[in-house]
Design a protein around this ligand. Structure first.
Ligand code: ADP
Length: 491
């Protein structure tokens, strides 16, 4: 090992303390994967990584064991604000929990964008100042999504005169571009943050936190190669496409991984019956129990579709709902698990009312049921209109539930369709974002399902995929190394 690379990793969620979506998976598992690589001395670089998240009320309610680390103050234009920092015990690596007035008595994400802007501006600026309090100089600030973009901007503004950060570089990872944060110039003013300068960012968007992060990061990454290309187009760029095209050399994709041991049907104690690629016969017990538990006819031969996720327009549930209506001539069952927008919940319930002997809808967040669905379903529907990476499709493959998905972002990068991989396909993709395309792919998948030996091969190939963080974590370390070796520029 030739050096120690210090990384300040700031993010709004990290499991197991807090997970709202895939961001929480990344916050909890990527730092762990990075640390493991470093501990096993598999890279030339030793890592010293500090993960910092807000001490959300939700985490306090868990009574997670923590130890106090330090208190300090940060200054904004109005006043000095107290910052209280604790550190988790009983986690694989310690997570720094940052607390203060703008964080207290708030939801993880508020429906009021002003409350969120204040909370995350405070969090991001205070997280940078934690380095000063700890007398620890980071080589790289790795920030994620709009919530922590304020920190990227602040770093760019201060490093020309602030010796602590004079050599610190920033990496800004986009997990979901359309979520830009609220437009609140007065919050920026209060925290002394300038709007984005770049002329390729539309005027009305310059004060959005996402714009701040993009404009001032030394490097921008996103969570799959395909999404890195898609965000440079009008359809996926949400107004940032010209900026991203102009700065193409600063934009790259690194696919998210998952903790493979966390998603292993051969050991998972919550399943009705464990199974592996070598004992696929056992898997059917999970389907039977699931059908029984949800009062569906217990039929092995009836293909069971499952759909799990946040009920938002992004996830495209509506496409499959309508496609299934048009497939009433075929034999199928469907179980939906999710929460979210009322109109989508209603659309799912309407389908269940229309097909009472075929469709079940569970409106809730339920990790246990989600695993039983991955283990018992035959086909996993993921018709996302866009999907920066997505982990649900990876989990479904590892559990032998074959994905049928829209060919976008990380879905394109992780699912192999028979047309492109005639000898190695793991699922089914459709190119156009419409009901006909979804229906065509679902019908196509059912013809494969009908051929049992062939279906087993698809399941086995999916279950043997390597979605671990290993490769991606190495790519992040390489990027950190490259960044830290470049001379710093100032804003
Ligand atoms: P996103 O981050 O956009 O929500 P991902 O596919 O990256 O989508 O991650 C979703 C994760 O959340 C998966 O682990 C999925 O199983 C889980 N999940 C989503 N909705 C539910 C739910 N209602 N109950 C249980 N788990 C859920």
């Amino acid at each position: 090992m030739d050096q120690t690379l210090k990384v300040l990793f700031i993010i709004s969620e990290a499991e197991p303390m807090i997970k709202v979506g895939g961001l929480g998976d990344v916050g909890g598992t990527l730092p762990l994967a990075l640390q493991k690589l470093s501990d096993r001395q598999e890279t030339e670089t030793e890592l010293d990584i500090k993960v910092v998240i807000p001490y959300h009320d939700h985490i306090k309610q868990l009574n997670w064991p923590v130890e106090w680390v330090i208190n300090y103050k940060i200054q904004n234009r109005d006043s000095f604000l107290d910052v209280y920092v604790s550190k988790t015990l009983n986690t694989d690596i310690p997570i720094y929990l940052l607390d203060g007035e703008p964080i207290r008595n708030t939801d993880i994400y508020s429906s009021d964008t002003y409350v969120d802007a204040e909370k995350y501006a405070f969090f991001s600026c205070a997280a940078l100042e934690l380095c000063r309090a700890l007398k620890w100089t980071p080589d790289v600030l790795h920030a994620h999504d709009w919530h922590t973009a304020f920190g990227v901007k602040r770093l760019a503004q201060i490093r020309s005169f602030d010796r602590l950060f004079s050599k610190t570089k920033s990496l800004f990872t986009i997990h979901n571009l359309p979520y830009s944060g609220g437009n609140h110039p007065d919050v920026l003013y209060r925290y002394d943050l300038q709007p984005a300068y770049d002329p390729a960012i539309p005027d009305g968007m310059r004060s959005l936190p996402m714009a701040l992060g993009l404009d001032s990061a030394d490097h921008i990454s996103t969570v799959s190669h395909t999404y890195a290309k898609e965000i440079k187009t009008e359809a996926f760029g949400h107004g940032y496409q010209f900026f991203l095209q102009n700065h193409s050399d600063r934009v790259s994709g690194i696919l998210n991984g998952i903790l493979m041991e966390q998603w292993d049907p051969s050991t998972d104690q919550t399943l009705y019956k464990n199974f592996s690629a070598e004992s696929l016969d056992e898997r059917i017990h999970n389907k039977r129990m699931l059908q029984q538990e949800l009062w569906l006819p217990q039929k092995d031969e009836t293909p069971l579709f499952v759909m799990i996720g946040r009920m938002t327009y992004q996830k495209g549930f509506d496409l499959c709902i309508q496609a299934l209506r048009q497939m009433r001539d075929l034999n199928w069952q469907l179980i939906v698990l999710g929460t979210g927008e009322e109109s989508i919940q209603k659309a799912c319930v309407a389908l269940a009312n229309e097909f009472p002997d075929r469709v079940r809808v569970e409106i809730k967040y339920d990790s246990l049921l989600s695993k039983r669905l991955y283990a018992g379903g035959d086909l996993f529907l993921m018709p996302s209109r866009y999907e920066p990476c997505g982990i649900a499709q990876m989990i479904s493959m590892l559990f032998g539930c074959v994905p049928v998905a829209h060919a976008t972002g990380g879905l394109t990068d992780t699912i192999k369709d028979p047309e492109d991989y005639p000898d190695a396909y793991t699922g089914f993709l459709f190119a156009d974002t419409d009901i006909q395309a979804a229906e065509w792919a679902m019908r196509r998948s059912l013809t494969y399902f009908a051929d049992k030996p062939q279906w087993r091969e698809i399941q086995k190939r999916g279950m043997r995929q390597d979605f671990s963080w290993e490769k991606s974590a190495k790519e992040y370390i390489e990027l950190y190394r490259k960044l830290s070796a470049c001379p710093a520029s100032s804003d």
